[in-house]
Design a protein around this ligand. Structure first.
Ligand code: F6P
Length: 536
């Protein structure tokens, strides 16, 4: 019997040289039919080669993979992160009126209590009741890496129009240049340092935290008084010397890359205030409610996941570009890189067997229009199609600069149109003829100006990038990753693949110091020798 995967592959093969434009010609309602919305957020997925037949097969795939049952298991607190024996409940951080149990215990009471303590602290700091040893806190430095950095950093940048709190800075890299450059110009006496680390053992974060404490100690008598910890490891935060009143904890059922909704989002809360932060949570909760209740065929995260599966596993396109036409979503591609690649970059299925399909794609991107002047050349004329995910708001925040926004939007729509339509050889010949070229030179020049077209894209359209809309977008992508993981049969919530490099780094360190060199390969030993030589 043919599997659903084989039927999808056959369907794709049968499409042959069919072009997207012909799908639009055959179905005048395609643009509406292949657009789906929820709470003001619209996903247009019509500029793809997913026709009605492919859509039905993809929906059958999702249903057959048990997406609905798995979704319910996640929301209700079952331990679906089976390799770590944990529940997956970041959704509980943004739905404070729900009732969710883990191991027979209601978890929402604790979540709400921590949220309220964070909000009280944020108000105290923003209103000057919590101050530094030199006066009101003017700057906040969040020290964290991976999920303890990417989420809050991305969101703080995205929410710039709503900033009315202290300035926020983010230090993640163990490269001393990062912390040096971020602390330069800050006054330790009016700076709050947030040490954000779920485990409170991550070498980059702990090294940067110790450096920040030394920096602070040079200027104030009680450096620890200007430190806050965000962590699941409360014993370790105490060892670091941070007073429990400034420690905001969370449970092991919040994965690092899903943690911006809780304590790890403190910098965002300080920047925009608890009320705006709650709007961000409400956006996430609205997407949760949609994801949990909408039928698969009208379900935004499910459809976005199926578009992803179609492009990567069925069409074989190796990468996916996220292209926000919003400069403040500068860090969204990096955030999604961790969310998608750490979650679904796996080679073994949940049951330990080898994955028979490719795992998640490489995710990358950059805001438009900047990307247009850098890598879009390859997207339009390179040999391998790159499915593009455009994100656009109907309105910017700079009303006086609305002409900029119209131009921005025109570029966004033009790009997806150009990707689909392309430019034929005959059109290119006509262009060259109009320039006065003829014969072999016309032919040669025309070929360089051909765009194959038929290149897929989706467009996510929102009214404006508000805290609510940002919450919707982030939760949309989280659930999309989850659905893709369920369909591929993998555990999207562990990350064993980051461990080996971490372990070896600890063993390479002595090698660089000229200590014990046993157990390393010849290349690594030689590189270390040359490294030491260059250092003199
Ligand atoms: O390197 C992987 C990772 O475990 C991520 O999943 C996580 O977001 C990051 O490190 C930071 O971990 P922690 O918050 O424990 O410092």
């Amino acid at each position: 019997m043919t599997t659903i995967w084989e039927r999808l592959a056959d369907h794709r093969a049968a499409q042959g040289e069919t072009r997207m434009e012909s799908l639009f010609q055959a179905d005048p309602s395609r643009a509406e039919e292949f657009s789906t919305s929820a709470d003001g957020l619209l996903l247009d997925w019509s500029k793809t080669m997913i026709d009605a037949g492919a859509r039905d097969l993809l929906l059958e795939l999702a249903a057959g993979a048990g997406v609905e049952a798995r979704r319910e298991a996640m929301f209700s607190g079952a331990k679906i992160n089976e390799t770590e024996g944990r529940a997956v409940l970041h959704t509980a951080l943004r739905n404070l009126s729900a009732s969710v149990q883990v191991d027979g215990q209601d978890v929402i009471g604790g979540v709400r209590a921590t949220h309220d303590r964070m909000a009280a602290f944020a108000r105290d700091l923003r209103e000057g009741r919590f101050a530094g040893q030199g006066g009101r806190i003017t700057d906040v430095v969040n020290i964290g890496i991976g999920g303890s950095d990417l989420g809050p950093y991305m969101a703080v940048l995205a929410m710039a129009p709503y900033h009315d709190g202290p300035r926020c800075h983010f230090v993640s890299n163990v490269d001393g240049a990062d912390i040096h450059d971020k602390l330069k110009g800050l006054d330790p006496a009016t700076t709050l340092v947030i040490v954000a680390s779920k485990t409170f053992t991550t070498i980059e974060t702990m090294t940067n935290a110790a450096t920040a404490r030394d920096w602070m100690a040079g200027s104030v008598t009680d450096p620890a008084a200007q430190f806050v910890a965000l962590s699941s490891a409360l014993d370790r935060t105490a060892d670091f010397g941070i007073d429990p009143s400034r420690v905001f904890g969370f449970e092991d059922w919040v994965g690092g890359r899903y943690s911006v909704w809780g304590p790890i989002g403190l910098s965002l809360m300080l920047a925009i205030g608890p009320e705006r932060f709650d709007e961000f949570l409400a956006g996430g909760a609205a997407m949760d409610a949609h994801f949990r209740s909408a039928p698969l065929a009208e379900n935004l995260p499910v459809l976005l996941a199926l578009v992803g599966i179609w492009h990567h596993q069925i069409c074989g396109y190796p990468t996916r570009a996220v292209l926000p036409y919003d400069n403040r979503l500068l860090r969204l591609p990096a955030y999604l890189q961790q969310l998608e690649m750490e979650s679904n970059g796996k080679r073994v299925a949940m049951d330990g067997s080898d994955l028979t399909l490719p795992s998640g794609p490489v995710v990358w991107g950059e805001p438009g229009t900047n990307g247009q002047h850098a890598f879009y050349q390859l997207i339009h004329q390179g040999t391998t199609p790159v499915p593009c995910e455009f994100i656009l708001a109907a309105r910017g925040h700079e009303d006086a600069l609305d002409h900029h926004h119209i131009l921005l939007a025109a570029n966004c729509l033009a790009q997806s149109e150009a990707l689909m339509r392309g430019r034929s050889l005959d059109e290119a010949r006509a262009l060259m003829a109009a320039k006065g070229l003829e014969g072999a030179e016309l032919e040669r020049q025309a070929r360089h100006r051909v765009f194959p077209g038929n290149r897929p894209s989706t467009t996510l359209l929102i009214e404006r990038l508000t805290p609510f809309a940002l919450g919707q977008i982030v939760a949309l992508y989280e659930h999309r990753v989850f659905v893709e993981g369920v369909i591929l049969g993998i555990n999207s919530f562990d990350q064993w693949g980051v461990e080996l490099g971490k372990e070896l780094a600890l063993k390479v360190e002595p090698l660089l110091k000229g200590e014990d060199a046993v157990g390393h390969d010849a290349s690594t030993r030689e590189l270390a020798r040359r490294f030491r030589l260059l250092r003199g």
